[in-house]
Each structure stands twice: as C-alpha cells, then as structure tokens.
Design a protein around this ligand. Structure first.
Ligand code: MRU
Length: 353
C-alpha cells in the first residue's frame, strides 16, 4: 500500500485556541501563508476575497467566524441570541452560491437556540457554538473519505480522470470531494492519471488542484480549459469528476464557471460526468438550477487576472463565478450516503428520508 504523502498536507482552516489560522489561498502556489483571523469581519473579508474558498471550507470558516463575532457579547442569553442572528446574516452576505455557507451558519443558529431552550447560560452557549464549528469541520473530513470510497467504486486502476476547479483538500476539511477518490486511490497503490483544467479566470485548477495533488505525489497533468475536448478525443479520459456549490432538488448542479462546458464535452465523448458533494451541498429548497443565485465577480479577475492587463481598459466584461450544469448531463451524484442517479428529483429526496 502506498500511502498518500499526508506530511505535505496543508489544512486550509485551523482553529487555534482563540483565533482562526487561515491558509491564504490567494497566494498559492508561490507562498504558504497562514493569516490570523480574530473577528467575524476578518472571516467575511477572507471569504469574499477567496482567501478561503470551496463550498465546505467556506461553511467551516463561517462557522468559526460566527463564534468570533459573538464571543465578546457581554449581555445575557437574549442579547447573545440576537448577536448570533446578526452575525449569521452578516456572514451569509459574503458569497451567494455555495449553500454550505448558509447550512453551516444555520446549524450554529439552531445550536444556540437549542442550548438556550435547555436553560444554558451565555457562556455555555458560546462554548457550544465553538464546539459545533469544530464538529462541522471534523465531520467534513469523515464525509469526504466516505465520498471517496463511493467514487472509487466507479473508477479502475489506470483511469484518466479530468477535474475542473479545486474541489480538493484545500476546499474542504480534508481530502476534498472530487479529489477524495484520487487520494484514496493513491493509498491503495492505484495509478490514476489526473488532468486538471486550469480554470479561468482565477485558476483554482492550476494554482490549487495541481499544487495539492503534486504535494501528495498524485500523477497530475495541467491543461488549459480549452484543451479538455482535445484530451478527451485522444481517449485519455475515462471519467470526469467535479465538486459543486449547490445541487438543486431536480439534480441541476452549480459549480465553477466552465463546468457546464466540460459536462457537454464529456457527453459528446461518451465519458461519465460525476459530481461529488456532501449531503450539505444538496438544497431541496432550491427547485431547479435556474433558482440558484450565481455570483458575479469583479471584472479585474478577467482583465488583469495574471497581474498584468490582458484586455483593453473599459472593455465590457461578464464574469459569473459559477454555471449550472443541467441534470441530464450528470451521470451520478456521489455523496457520503452513496451514489445517486437519475431520476434525481425522486432519488435526491429519498436520500434525505
Ligand atoms: O469560487 P470558488 O473557488 O469558491 O469555487 C469553488 C468550486 O466551484 C468548487 O468546485 C466547489 O465549491 C466544490 S468544493 C468541494
């Protein structure tokens, strides 16, 4: 058995006694820098500016951020519960698409209410909130291993696997969602050949996925986004696997911009297109992909994305951070509870029963 090189593993979010140590993902792969975050505003800014990114990691960071936001509240239980609600709404305004953000924050709000109803004092509620954030983080690690086991049952030794963006360890507590089978394959001694799309405009595939897979000793080849069709046509790809920021009740999937194109290409080449995510990314309250709020980001990501102006000043820019892949292109959704296939409306609902 060849263990993945876990010594090289970088944790994106680390609670450290009374503050959050957060890996600044904007600086990767060149610099490994942990920021010390002491206030909910620090966490809000870090999420907004993509210092922490990826649906599960955003949720984890926000949960700690909520605790940081209320820990100094000097009043009694009613004042604390009001502060919890205020911080929830504040942190929820950082980014709109990844449902894990709202899921984690609402889990802390529920925890505070439950403890208050059980008669806990303010100090006990605050401690309960911190513990809940820690549990969310440790559960995510277990969840991703389970996703990896299920996903690996769809792969074979020697497969070429294409992924888009970074749904890796950096985007989660550990292992990632789309990358979990890659780490587990490495542990088993399998050789997957991973192709990572660079993922314009912010290059999560190049800066993060290629970086973390290389550190783990996994065979990864970087391609620009417009090379995916060529690589598929050569027969080098046996499966595509990506993460997601939100799965709608009908199985439509929001993920990093460009994912939809990859799904269409996969279908054209008869390659299965898999989506890996925790149950917390499935949002039965969002009926279809058209109802998923899609974040639009600053034009500079497109025009000066490489630290150098690459487009004329004043050009009109459209910069959606995510797109929606219709359910008909999704071969399976892989969760910690198992593999779900069409018809998604029925089968996703059943997963929660
Ligand atoms: O803008 P980002 O970097 O937060 O986008 C991340 C993605 O699209 C990921 O694929 C998704 O959040 C899943 S992470 C396990």
């Amino acid at each position: 058995m060849t263990a993945a090189n876990h010594d090289n593993w970088l944790q994106s979010v680390r609670w450290n006694a009374d503050h959050l140590d957060l890996l600044d993902q904007r600086l990767l792969p060149e610099e490994v820098v942990y920021l010390k975050l002491v206030a909910s505003k620090d966490v809000w800014d870090a999420i907004k500016e993509l210092k922490v990114r990826g649906a599960p990691a955003i949720g984890i960071a926000a949960a700690y951020g909520l605790y940081l936001g209320v820990q100094g509240e000097a009043g009694g239980v009613p004042e604390l519960l009001a502060a919890v609600k205020r911080e929830r709404d504040y942190l929820a305004s950082s980014r709109p698409t990844a449902v894990n953000l709202f899921w984690a924050l609402d889990r802390l709000v529920r925890k505070a209410s439950e403890l208050a109803e059980a008669g806990a004092d303010a100090a006990t509620i605050k401690e309960g909130l911190l513990q809940e954030a820690i549990v969310i983080q440790s559960e995510d690690e277990e969840t991703n291993r389970a996703i990896g086991e299920h996903a690996l049952s769809l792969f074979e030794d020697g497969y070429g696997v294409l992924t888009h963006c970074n749904a890796g360890g950096l985007a989660t507590a550990r292992y990632g969602t789309a990358t979990a089978p890659m780490y587990l394959a490495k542990e088993k001694g399998w050789n997957l050949r991973v192709f990572a799309d660079e993922t314009r405009p912010v290059l999560q595939g190049a800066r993060l996925t290629a970086f973390e897979l290389m550190r783990a000793g996994i065979d990864v080849t970087l391609i620009t986004d417009n090379m995916a069709a060529m690589v598929m046509s050569k027969g080098w790809i046996q499966a595509v696997i990506v993460g997601t920021d939100r799965v709608a009740a009908n199985g439509d999937v929001a993920n990093k911009i460009g994912t939809y194109g990859v799904a269409v290409l996969a279908k054209a080449h008869g390659i299965p297109f898999y989506v890996a995510c925790p149950m917390s990314t499935i949002d039965l309250n969002t009926p279809t992909g058209a109802d998923i709020p899609i974040e639009e980001r600053h034009e500079d990501e497109v025009t000066v994305g490489f630290g150098k102006r690459t487009a004329p000043q004043g050009v009109k820019v459209y910069n959606p951070a995510f797109d929606v892949t219709p359910a008909e292109y999704v071969s399976a959704i892989i969760t910690e509870k198992g593999i779900v296939r069409a018809p998604y409306a029925d089968n996703l609902r059943r997963l929660f029963e």
